[in-house]
Design a protein around this ligand. Structure first.
Ligand SMILES: [Ca+2]
Ligand SMILES: [Ca+2]
Ligand SMILES: [Ca+2]
Ligand SMILES: [Ca+2]
Length: 382
């Protein structure tokens, strides 16, 4: 699990970059003056009846206050933008993270306010999307004193004002308990090839493989004895996909972004593997309907594989290495670090020494492409 672990570190890093303001320093740095004075939301089960003041620095965590809304239902939320002290002009906004991705998108805004307290209560009407899942999400109410423009940044930090978070539960939405394959502990099991799955990763799936922050779906493929190569293809899918494969130790075996247009396909050497994780996700944040086909690769290229004993020498390597067993074919080489970043590329490789002096010590993956078949070998530089 070593590499998956390092990818988790990467995930934290990427999330930090994307939501940096939401991780650190959201909300006011002062407790005085402008503040949300009240929030009222009457749902189907329970209601939120919040009274503000005194002010709180940062995010005021009121997530113990919750109400339950029905998918597709119409509701109103009443907010008194106001003050715990003096009256100063400011701006306000309310969001519900309807799609549960821990981000308040502009489309998830319920309404905005601007004025100088005291002003009348703001009443925002909204309809819960029918596509919500039956999982709790956050409601955020923000008031920011001073000048600026609407809409507000839901991760903004400022001197005076308030940011209050509540919990919203949904009923009648999509039941995620029936969805499997979200991560490597709960993969979709594939025991027979060929295998085909028409699937959708836009609801109920979260980001577990952090190559991209898109939601991902895990398959665990156990080929029958004697299978030499399998191909996993997303060709024909409806969005810009990315596919990768790992062994059960967490070592990356192969990955591909664009093979058939923006869709992805990999071929993996499985002769020495009991089972293989295939992970489907989108480029960037893309999700949608996809078609996954996994089949035993029995193309004529197989003869090359049978006759070729590809190896890296020396491995571990210090200054350079060569790839044995590839001399007669059209070969291109890509070397990736454990974060999946390309650090070296060689086209038309003819068995010569590959200099690696400039690469830091560590684990790398050498992707060897021979006439569209990809082999991945682990290289240690020390
Ligand atoms: Ca959201
Ligand atoms: Ca996932
Ligand atoms: Ca992902
Ligand atoms: Ca792609």
């Amino acid at each position: 699990m070593k590499n998956i672990f390092s990818l988790f570190i990467l995930l934290i890093y990427y999330n930090h970059l994307l939501f940096a303001q939401c991780v650190n320093g959201v909300g006011p740095t002062s407790t005085i003056d402008s503040n949300v004075e009240s929030v009222t939301l009457i749902g189907d089960v329970g209601s939120i009846n919040y009274v503000g003041c005194p002010g709180i620095i940062g995010i005021e965590d009121q997530t113990s206050l919750s109400t339950t809304l029905a998918a597709g239902g119409s509701y109103t939320i009443s907010v008194q933008f106001g003050t715990c002290g003096g009256n100063y002009s400011g701006l306000g906004e309310v969001w519900i993270d309807f799609n549960g991705n821990q981000t308040f998108e502009p489309t998830e805004s319920l309404g905005t306010w601007s004025g100088i307290p005291p002003t009348s209560i703001s009443v925002f009407s909204f309809i819960v999307p029918s596509t919500v899942t039956n999982l709790p999400v956050k409601l955020r109410v923000m008031q920011k004193e001073g000048s600026g423009s609407l809409p507000l940044d839901p991760c903004a930090s400022f001197t005076w004002g308030s940011v209050v978070d509540f919990t919203i539960n949904f009923t009648g939405g999509i039941d995620c308990s029936t969805y499997i394959g979200n991560n490597e502990t709960d993969p979709i099991i594939v025991n027979n090839l060929p295998y085909a799955d028409n699937h959708n990763n836009s609801v109920c799936y979260s980001n577990d493989n952090p190559v991209y922050n898109s939601a991902d779906v895990y398959y665990l493929v156990t080929p029958t004895n004697g299978t030499q190569q399998i191909t996993a293809s997303l060709c024909g899918s409806n969005f810009d996909t990315y596919i990768s494969a790992y062994d059960t130790q967490g070592n990356n075996l192969a990955f591909n972004d664009d093979f058939c247009g923006p869709q992805s396909e990999i071929t993996i050497d499985v002769q020495n593997l009991d089972s293989v994780y295939i992970i489907v996700e989108g480029w960037g944040l893309e999700t949608g309907d996809y078609i996954l086909n996994i089949y035993e690769n029995t193309s004529s290229i197989t003869s090359i594989i049978q006759n070729t004993n590809i190896s890296l020498h020396p491995n571990p390597a210090q200054h350079s290495f060569i790839i044995n067993g590839v001399n007669d074919a059209d070969v291109s080489i890509s070397i990736y670090n454990v974060n999946g970043k390309t650090v070296k590329r060689i086209f038309n490789y003819k068995g010569n020494e590959i200099i690696i002096d400039s690469l830091p010590n560590g684990i790398y993956f050498v992707e060897i492409m021979i006439e569209n078949i990809i082999f991945t070998k682990k290289l240690i530089i020390q």
